[in-house]
Ligand binder design. Structure first.
Ligand SMILES: Cc1cc2nc3c(=O)[nH]c(=O)nc-3n(C[C@H](O)[C@H](O)[C@H](O)COP(=O)(O)OP(=O)(O)OC[C@H]3O[C@@H](n4cnc5c(N)ncnc54)[C@H](O)[C@@H]3O)c2cc1C
Length: 375
């Protein structure tokens, strides 16, 4: 009897596993995927929000990929997992038993519920929501013939990219952007880009008419966003890019997690407490190698995850995943330029955006092709 393998979520690493499902079956595993039918790729999320690419440009049909690779797919959201009983339930009541599981559920926006649940508030994750935000904003611009007051809260890469994308969307629809980026003073300890790159980035955003406001949003009032010092910032739509945390389900597995709710893994990519529970991507962290939540780590972990799942079933030596210390990040600045950074190196210009498009469109094209091809 093959061992039943639950693939929870169709993030970057699991797309790779689907691609190479035949080898998993050959090793004695019977994979089953639980996930929504559509995957939204973050590398192109900014371009989609800006209206530079069509809404469908960053989606991959996971159902087609699973079908082409002979992997049964339960289309829906996983809601609960009993790791001791080895049983998983979907939100619609369906359930499946498994022998081993792998989680690639990604992350959600980290923000106080009072803000997340307030009217006129959008979170950057799940990414599918950004296409809805784009439609809503376009409708508002067409109805009012001016840009509503937009505030993007956050100080990291995605906050800067989303602010630039919103400004580009306004320009594309013939109105002047009214966008404020609300966050901490740059150059803090987060260090997601070298200080000179951050200065260039913020100069570029300011040049696009984006207001750079220091502060933190704590509440919403009609037409305004309330800052922690009690002042109001004009705001019709508030976008929260205030950080990410692992999908909530991971902390409910009853296994050790870190402060951001990520499953703590050995370098073999299984839980430090349960060798039959594997994970990769934003919802996991390798002990001793904490890294920010960016897509590259799920992509790089994928071949190791594939190998170690096969080895778990067929026997053999697991491989060790050591997440890299430096990685390439490229922001789409919405004005035809990109800002690229890798460790202390960085550059800004059209070539950076050209490279980003090439890499990101290539990823989506490969995943779509895998959904059309036979194994
Ligand atoms: C605006 C923005 C731009 C970004 N740009 C970049 C970038 O250019 N480059 C980069 O490296 N990173 C970028 N990131 C970060 C990136 O989004 C994440 O690091 C990356 O998506 C994480 O990949 P993952 O494979 O862990 O999960 P994800 O890609 O988030 O995939 C998670 C999967 O789980 C599924 N899922 C979710 N909930 C359930 C459930 N309950 N049941 C079943 N399935 C479920 C989802 O449908 C999805 O298929 C960006 C983030 C944001 C917010």
């Amino acid at each position: 009897m093959p061992a039943r393998l639950l693939l929870a979520g169709a993030g970057h690493a699991h797309l790779h596993l689907l691609h190479r499902a035949a080898a998993l079956r050959a090793a004695g595993l019977a994979p089953v995927l639980i996930s929504p039918a559509r995957f939204h790729y973050s590398g192109l999320a900014g371009a989609v929000l800006a209206g530079a690419l069509p809404e469908s440009a960053n989606t991959v049909d996971v159902a087609a990929l699973a079908a082409a690779r002979g992997v049964p797919h339960l289309d829906g959201l996983l809601e609960r997992v009993d790791t001791a009983a080895r049983r998983a339930w979907l939100a619609d009541g369906r359930w499946m038993d498994f022998d081993l599981a792998s989680f690639n559920l990604g992350s959600v926006a980290a923000a106080p519920a009072a803000l997340l649940d307030a009217p006129g508030v959008w979170a950057v994750k799940p990414l599918g929501g950004l296409a809805t935000l784009r439609r809503r904003l376009v409708a508002e611009i067409e109805a009012r013939e001016r840009c509503p007051a937009l505030v993007v809260a956050g100080g990291g890469a995605s906050a800067h990219e989303v602010a630039a994308s919103l400004a580009a969307l306004a320009r594309r629809h013939g109105v002047a952007p009214r966008v404020a980026l609300l966050g901490p003073a740059p150059g803090g300890k987060d260090g997601w880009a070298p200080p000179a790159a951050l200065r260039t980035l913020r100069r570029n955003l300011a040049g696009q008419g984006i207001a750079l406001v220091e502060g933190r949003a704590v509440a919403r009032r009609p037409g305004a966003c309330v800052l922690e010092d009690g002042t109001d910032l004009p705001c019709d739509m508030l976008v929260l890019a205030t950080g990410l945390r692992a999908h909530a389900l991971v902390a409910e597995l009853g296994l050790p997690v870190d402060a951001r709710g990520r499953l703590r893994l050995t370098s073999a990519l299984h839980s430090v407490a349960d060798p039959a529970i594997f994970a990769a991507g934003d919802c996991a962290v390798v002990e001793g190698h904490p890294r920010p939540m960016v897509g590259v780590f799920g992509v790089r972990a994928a071949p190791v995850l594939h190998h170690n799942l096969a080895v778990h079933a067929a026997g053999g030596k697991p491989a060790a995943f050591r997440p890299q210390r430096r990685w390439l990040a490229i922001l789409d600045l919405g004005d035809g330029t990109g800002l690229a950074a890798r460790g202390r190196l960085w550059w800004h210009g059209r070539a950076a955006l050209w490279l980003k498009r090439r890499l990101d469109l290539g990823f989506v094209r490969r995943m779509r092709a895998a959904g059309e091809a036979q194994p």
